[in-house]
Every structure is written in structure tokens, then in C-alpha cells.
Design a protein around this ligand. Sequence first.
Ligand SMILES: [Zn+2]
Length: 584
Amino acid sequence: MCIFLCCFFLFLTYQTAQSQIPLPNAFAHNDYEHERPLFDALQQGFTNIEADIHLVNGELYVSHDRPKSSASLLKDLYLKPLQQILKKNQGRIYPDWNGTFLLMIDIKTEASRTYQVLKEQLKQFPELLNNPYFKIFISGNRPFEEIRNEALRYAGIDGRPEDLGKDYSYNFMPVISDRFSAVCNWNGKGEIPASEWQKIKNLADKVHLEGKKLRFWAIPDQANVWNTLLKAGVDFINTDRLSALSAFLNKKPTKVILMIGDGMGTAQIFAGLTANHGQLNLMRCQQFGFHLSQPAPVSGFITDSAAGATAFSTGQKTYNKAIGVDTLKQPLATLIEIAEKYNLATGLVASCAITEATLAAFYAHQPYREMEEEIALDFLKSNIDVAIGGGKKRFTNRKDGKNLLTQLKEQKYQIADLNDDFTQYSKGKLVAFTAEEHPKSIKDGRDNQLSQGTQTAIQILNQNEEGFFLVVEGSQIDWGGHFNDAEYIAKEMVDFDQAIGIALDFAEKDGNTLVVITADHETGGLTINDGNFEKGTFEGKFTTKQHTAVMIPVFAYGCGAENFAGIYPNTAIFDKIVKVLFNR
Ligand SMILES: [Zn+2]
């Protein structure tokens, strides 16, 4: 497996090296603290960069606190490389980009003497001066009057809200900055109160009226705050999280929730829709496509859940019953494994056992889906952060006599047992068992554990700043199909749709999340011959007790949803998720 995985990751790394779309709103706070100052930010498309400087013995060092002997010189880290890039691109940092690249130099030592030295240095870098596509401005200890009275201007000044209304030009004062908490009393959690939003909006309007840009420092550095600030008109998002902000501004998700309604064809959806009086959360989705669910030719025309989920999780067609392996029974890299390689948090939620085929194909590698005890052992080898569903006995009541709960605890998992309230967990690693084998059906009284599990998993996984990948399965829609029980299907469909609602609500607020909802295959050959939205009744007819071959709908919502329009093979679900989540 290792060789395959390594090649795959090399390929992904190569892919990520290129994209470089200039991002006018991206401001790299303390840029010099990144592994490759300036160049990490440029690779992510940042167009605004901050460097703190200290004057020591006549030289300018880049550092936040008093520079250590290892500190780099401003001219080495920024002035020289910037001059080189400007020369190469005919005066621009990004070829063909018409915006102005800003270098904010934050003076930490005495304003006037430090600025004199800076000015002398800048004279040696003429490309950085009088360039419409490049501008330096000074923050921190600002030589305000000195710069204001300069006949030939080397730099502008970082303004404060109290500098507004004084007729200062853009050339002198291109940006107004303030500490976030000085303007707005919001900690970034939940929705911003309307009054606080209005304060930001008012300031942004005033700043724009003077042709200047607005920046806050010390913001809660997270997507929903970025989203809110941009909507209120703030120009610069001051961040330490270069790749996360870049993904956000490029509308590439850092979080993906893949929701699989097992056996959910269009008739199953319509059954749920009718039973729920003409309404489903699913209808909030913005993009639609279809996939062709056929397995590898060796298994004929109709897929089972194992081959179907393996196609989603690995991008490879395989034989029915295969769990995360190819037609030669060789392990394939799964989306969960790839996500973990990229430091994303990962999770699984299902209304069946977590060792059942659909979820298993995302973390296990076994030749046959029936090998659930081996699959449970594979779970221990994964580094999944949250798993919520049935299947406890695969961990505790085993042929090999092992109690895998002991190992789970050693691996720092919190374990919520059958009757525990798993919703009380909000961080750390969690395995929550909802049944020894499979949870019962909604018809037989299962509670809303699928929605609650989805909510809990999102809450925990969202603690990870790099993002997450979560798979949620509405497992029993399929079983209703096998039983040719239309009511069973409708009830499971509505239950799955409630979990969909939780995911869509999160994606809507977050702004960095993609939700993809589809099925592995249709089950039962269901069609609807009559019905009534008002009464919530319908007449379902089945053509088989097995799976069928028909096209399966794909619904997508949020960041990157547009990639899911069209008709494509089931393996393309993998390709599209890889593209939006890792090619950044
Ligand atoms: Zn089935």
C-alpha cells in the first residue's frame, strides 16, 4: 500500500505547487514568521504583506520582538526579492494583475531614526518606488509629520479611524487600520449581532468614501469572521493562516461533508418529499448532477454498496463486496487517508454499523465486506477523529477474543457507550456506539441519532483549523428497498434529510464548506404511482428486491458545488472531491 500512497501524494503535492491567483483581500500578518517569508504568501496569491522592523546598529532587522542574532535583514528578506520580481514582471508582482501590491512595514523602534535608515535603503531599490502596482506604507511607530511633509514620497502611512475626514490622500494614507475589538464587540462565535455588524459597515463606508482600504488586526482568525468582514466591506483579511484564507477566497472548501443515502434513487427522494408534505432540506442544494453507478465489469452491471463506496472513496471501479481494494485485492488510498495526510480531521456517522460496507470502504482495506472484525481492526489503524454509529460487537465480541475498546482508549478515544449521551462531547477523539449491531429503523422507534451524530461530528471536527472530511450515511433507505417497504423508505429518507439540514446549515454559516449528497445505487426499482403532498401519502411500486442500475442524482451545496454538475461515472465523485479539497 505504501508505494501506491506515496506516489499518489507526490502527485498531489505537485498539483498544489502551482495555483497563484492574486487575492486582493489577502493580507499576510507577520509574514516573516512563515517558513518561507514572502514566498509562501506569494504562492497563495497574497497581495498584502506585513514585516516588522527594528533598527539595530544602523541596520534594519525583521523581527517581532528585539531581534536575535539569527534575525534576517529587511533588504535580504523583502527588498531584494521584491525588486527582482518587479523587474522580471515589468513592474508588477503578479504578471497581468492591475491591483496595487502593498508592503506594510511596521516600525518597532524609534520612528524617525528608523525611517531615515529605511529611506536610505529604499533609494537602492528604485523599482519599489513610484510604482502604481507596488506601494510601501508604514505602521507601528509612524513618522507621521515627516512623511506628510516629504516632497518625494518613499512610503505612505497606515491610518487610524481618527485620521478620517482630514483630507489625507490615498498616496499619503492608503489604508485605515484598527484593532478589531476597538471597533466591534463580537468574539467570532455564531452570528454577529446586527448592531456590531453595522459598526463595521459604517466604518468601511467612511473609509471607502475617501478611496482608502480598511484592515483590522487581531481578528478571530477563522472563516466565518472572514466571511462576515468581507460582506461588511472590510478590504483586508489580516491572517496568519495563509493556505486556509487562500482556499477561502478562491472559494475552495477546506471542509467537505459527503452524505450517502444508501439505495437512494430519485423515487426514494420523492417518497420522502411526499411523506414530508412536499418539503425536503435537500431542495436547498444549488447544483445537481448524476453519476453512473456501475461497478468493475467483472461484477456485471449493478453495484453493491462496497464497490459503490470504494468508487467514491478511491476513484477506482472494483468488484462487488470489495472494501477499499482494487480488482486484484490490492489496497487503494482512500479519501480519509488522503485527508489525514493533509492534516484534516476526519469523521464517520451512520444509521447502521460503522463496520458496514459503505463507511468501511472509506478507511478499511479488505477483500470482502463480510470481514467486519478485520474491518474493525482496520479502524484502529486509521486515525479517524469521530465515528458515530452501530457495530459495537465487532469491537467487543470477537472471534479473536480481543476487546478493541481497550485499544481505542489507548489511542486516546473517548468512548460513548450505547446509552450514553454522545452529544455532550465537543472536542477530542470520539467513538460513539449507538447499537451492538445496527440501530433499529425509524419505523421501529430509532431516535434522531443520525442528525445528532452529524451535529456532534461537525462540532468536534470543526475544532481543527485545517478543515475536515466527514462521511454521513443514511444507511437504511436501502433496507426499505430490499424489503419493498415504501413506508420504511420514506421514514428513513426524511430522517436522512434532517441530517442533511444540519450539514447545510453549517455550510451556509461557515462559507468554507462543501456538502455533497448522493447515493451508491438505487434499491428496489421503486416508482411512485400516486400520492398527496397535503396528506403526506403516496403509492410506491417496486420492480425488484435487489439494487438497480439506474443513474443516481448528486446534489451539491456551498463552496465548490459547481464542480458537481453533469453526468459522470461514480468514480468522479472521488476526483471532484480531491480536486476541490487538495488541489489548492
Ligand atoms: Zn443494498
